[in-house]
Ligand binder design. Structure first.
Ligand code: BTX
Length: 331
């Protein structure tokens, strides 16, 4: 597979131009007939390769199937997704990621499944992960930062998802603090950040991303219809290749992560507030112990939710849920 991967890389670097069989065989140090065999294999994977005499080869279409190769091919990142683990079925990509991380998987490892049998949300809630209908992936990061700042990674990821979706759909996605992405007020994606830390250092973080891409109404269980879950396809009428969206998100995530590490959270905060849901509006906030009404002012320099209380005091909220008056059934 490594020859195959290098072959894809060579074809990819050349873009729409042809690359000669001669050149390929020199670069890969294999015979012309071996190249030809690899091309046939790629076609079996769903690549459409054009071969023209005296000119050479080029890829005219890549498959929509998610696999280690198709994700890496044309990804364009420097470090994120250089190591991809693809499973047709996983209980939860989070648990696969934890196992891999404990065995030393590198920073930027991506685990992706076509289907999850035990997809999970926060606080042991279930995450419905229909087969081949969405993105179910987990990313292992090894950031050099304080465990207390880890919630900022959730906000950072939400920004990357919102930006990536903005590139492909005409509706502006919204981020509902702290971890949901909404399209037309409905939950389209969720983020679950888990970490393994010691006193003052993070050993690793697993960022789980679940995005409903191609579900139709019938693909959601009835309880989720009441929870106002939706998919990109339902809201835009466009069918997307899961693989393409994965690549866009990984590219964006790498960019925002690098910028965040090189500067500070302010960079993320500004972007986050651009997509923030209900900023400036009245919301109801539910924390573990309390539930109260407040005006949502935005987020603080450390990522906390800034709420203006009824007595006009400003309060920072670090964990909880927001809901709004007309729909308390949500969550
Ligand atoms: P959350 O706790 O914010 O949201 C979970 C709640 O969302 C559920 O209780 C249910 O009401 C609703 N819900 C369940 N499934 C869906 C769905 N497909 N679409 C919309 N709403 C739904 C959000 O947690 C974090 C989800 C992370 C999921 C990813 S997938 C890859 C990785 N692996 C894994 O097991 N989890 C993460």
């Amino acid at each position: 597979t490594s020859t195959r991967y290098r072959l894809l890389e060579l074809l990819n670097t050349n873009g729409n131009n042809y690359i000669s069989g001669q050149k390929l065989s020199e670069e890969l140090n294999i015979s012309r007939s071996a190249i030809w065999k690899h091309m046939k294999d790629l076609e079996k994977d769903g690549y459409v390769i054009e071969g023209v005499r005296r000119k050479g080869y080029r890829i005219v279409q890549s498959p929509d199937k998610v696999s280690e190769n198709t994700i890496r091919w044309g990804l364009g990142t420097d470090w994120l997704g250089k190591n991809v683990i693809h499973k047709e079925v996983a209980d939860s990509t989070q648990s696969v990621a934890h196992k891999e991380a404990l065995h030393g998987a590198p920073h930027g490892t991506v685990i992706v499944a076509d289907e999850q049998t035990k997809g999970k949300g926060r606080m042991n809630r279930q995450w419905h992960s229909a087969s081949n209908k969405g993105i179910w992936m987990s990313i292992i990061l090894r950031p050099n930062m304080n465990p207390g700042s880890a919630p900022q990674l959730t906000l950072m990821t939400a920004v990357a998802i919102a930006e990536a979706l903005s590139e492909i759909i005409s509706v502006k996605p919204k981020i509902k603090w702290p971890n949901d992405i909404l399209i037309h007020h409905k939950k389209t994606a969720g983020i679950l950040t888990e970490m393994q830390a010691e006193q003052d250092c993070i050993k690793y973080v697993v960022i789980g991303i679940g995005i409903n891409v191609n579900q139709t109404e019938a693909d959601f269980p009835s309880e989720l219809k009441n929870f106002k879950a939706t998919s990109i396809r339902l809201e835009t009428d466009v069918y997307f290749h899961v693989k393409d969206i994965i690549q866009k998100i990984l590219l964006r995530l790498e960019q925002v992560y690098d910028a965040y590490m090189q500067t500070d959270f302010t960079h993320i905060k500004t972007k986050w507030e651009h997509y923030g849901y209900k900023i400036g509006e009245d919301i109801r906030i539910k924390t573990l112990r309390h539930s109260f009404n407040a005006t949502f002012l935005g987020i603080a320099a450390d990522g906390a939710l800034l709420a203006q209380m009824e007595n006009n005091e400003t309060k920072k909220i670090y964990s909880g849920e927001i809901e709004w008056f007309h729909d308390r059934r949500d969550k």
